[in-house]
Design a protein around this ligand. Structure first.
Ligand code: RB5
Length: 346
C-alpha cells in the first residue's frame, strides 16, 4: 500500500509521528511536506496529497493541519477526492465503509497522538463495503463533479421497489405539495384546461407502460378533481401512446372548445390507469385526440407538450419526484406578436 502524506505547520509534528508509524509497518509513505514548523499555507499540501491519490501515485492520502478542516477542504477540491476529517475511530471506519473516503484528514491541535494513530490504522485497514446504496451516493458526488446534472437528477429520484406502490399516505402528501406549488404558479382561470399526463408505472418504479397501478391513480386523481372542481378548471387526462395520447375530458369541455370527439375506451394497457380512473370519475366523459391545454402537469415523463398551446413556459416544482416518477410542469402564455413598434405588457 502507498500513502501520500502532507501537512501544514499545525500538523507537521503529527505527520512525522504518523510517517514513522506507517514506515515501521512496512507501508510505503510519500511525504509531500511541509518539512518544518515554519508557517505555510495548508491548501498547497491538501492539493498535493489529493493530486497524488487521483494520479494513482498513492492509494490513500493523509492530510493534517491544526484542525484538519482547511486542509481537507482543499483536498476535497480535487475531483474524485473524498477527504474525511476524523476525530475518533468510528467515523474513520464509516468513512471507508460508507463513503469510500480516499483521504483521511486529522487535526494536529485536536487529536492526541495515540488516538490519531488508531484512527490512521482503522482508516487504512477498513475496506469499502461496496453496498449498492453507498455506491450510488458516491456516484452522485462524482456526477456532480462532472456536471452531469441529468444523471444526478435521475439518481436523486427516490428508490422504490419496482412494482410496489409507494405508501399511499406519503404519495398523497407529496402530491398535495406538488399541486399547491403548481396551482400557485400556473395561475389557471376558470374555464381553462389543465392537461395531466401520469404514468402510474413510473410512480411505482417501473418503466412507463409496464406496471400501471389503479391504486396509484385512485390516490392521485381525487384530490386533483377536488381542486379543478373548486376552481372551475377543466381537466384533460392524457392516455398513453397506444391510443395516440388521446385524452379523457368532460362533455362540458368538449362543448366549450368545440373539440372533436374520437371513439376509444381507455384500458389499463391501452390508455393507462389514470385515464381509466378519469373515465370512471368524470361527469359525462368523452375522448378527444386533440386539445390545446393552458397548463400541464407531467408525472413520469409522459410528454404532454403536444397538448399544450404555444407558448409553453416551464414551471419549477421543488418536489422533483412522486414515488419514482420524475415531475415536470408547464404553463403557457400568449405569443408576443407584431413588429418592431409592438408594445408588450410587462
Ligand atoms: C493554521 O494556523 C491553521 O489555520 C491550520 O492549520 C488549520 O487548522 C486550518 O484549517
Amino acid at each position: 500500500m502507498k500513502v501520500a502524506i502532507g501537512a501544514d505547520h499545525g500538523g507537521y509534528a503529527l505527520k512525522e509521528t504518523i510517517k514513522a508509524h506507517l514506515r515501521e509497518k512496512g507501508i510505503d509513505v510519500q511525504d509531500l511536506g511541509t518539512h518544518s514548523t515554519a508557517s505555510v499555507d495548508y491548501p498547497k499540501f491538501g492539493f498535493a496529497v489529493g493530486s497524488a491519490v487521483i494520479s494513482g501515485q498513492a492509494d490513500f492520502g493523509i492530510v493534517i493541519c491544526g484542525t484538519g478542516l482547511g486542509i481537507s477542504m482543499s483536498a476535497n477540491k480535487i475531483p474524485g477526492i473524498r477527504a474525511a476529517v476524523c476525530t475518533e475511530t468510528f467515523s474513520a471506519r464509516l468513512a471507508r465503509e460508507h463513503n469510500n473516503a480516499n483521504v483521511l484528514a486529522l487535526g494536529g491541535r485536536v487529536t492526541g497522538v495515540g488516538l490519531a494513530l488508531d484512527i490512521v490504522d482503522v482508516f487504512l485497514q477498513t475496506p469499502f463495503s461496496g453496498e449498492v446504496r453507498h455506491a450510488r451516493r458516491i456516484d452522485m458526488i462524482g456526477a456532480w463533479e462532472r456536471g452531469e446534472t441529468n444523471a444526478l437528477a435521475r439518481a436523486s429520484l427516490p428508490q422504490v421497489k419496482a412494482g410496489v406502490a409507494p405508501d399511499p399516505e406519503n404519495l398523497a402528501r407529496d402530491w398535495q405539495k406538488i399541486l399547491e406549488e403548481f396551482w400557485a404558479q400556473a395561475k389557471l382561470r376558470p374555464g381553462q384546461i389543465l392537461v395531466l399526463g401520469c404514468s402510474t408505472s413510473e410512480v411505482v418504479g417501473q418503466r412507463i407502460g409496464r406496471g400501471s397501478s389503479l391504486q396509484v391513480a385512485e390516490t392521485l386523481l381525487p384530490p386533483l378533481l377536488d381542486r379543478v372542481r373548486e376552481t372551475g378548471v377543466f381537466l384533460a387526462v392524457q392516455g398513453c401512446e397506444h391510443i395516440n395520447r388521446a385524452l379523457v375530458v368532460e362533455q362540458a369541455c368538449l362543448d366549450k372548445y368545440g373539440l372533436e370527439e374520437v371513439t376509444v375506451l381507455p384500458a389499463l394497457h391501452a390508455g393507462g390507469a389514470m385515464a381509466v380512473k378519469a373515465w370512471e370519475s368524470f361527469a359525462r366523459p368523452v375522448m378527444v385526440e386533440k386539445i390545446q391545454g393552458h397548463a400541464g402537469l407531467d408525472v413520469g415523463d409522459t410528454f404532454i407538450g403536444m397538448h399544450l398551446r404555444p407558448v409553453v413556459v416551464p414551471i419549477r416544482i421543488a418536489v422533483a419526484a412522486l414515488g419514482a416518477a420524475h415531475i415536470t410542469a408547464a404553463r403557457t402564455r400568449p405569443r408576443l406578436i407584431g413588429g418592431v413598434r409592438a408594445v408588450y405588457p410587462q
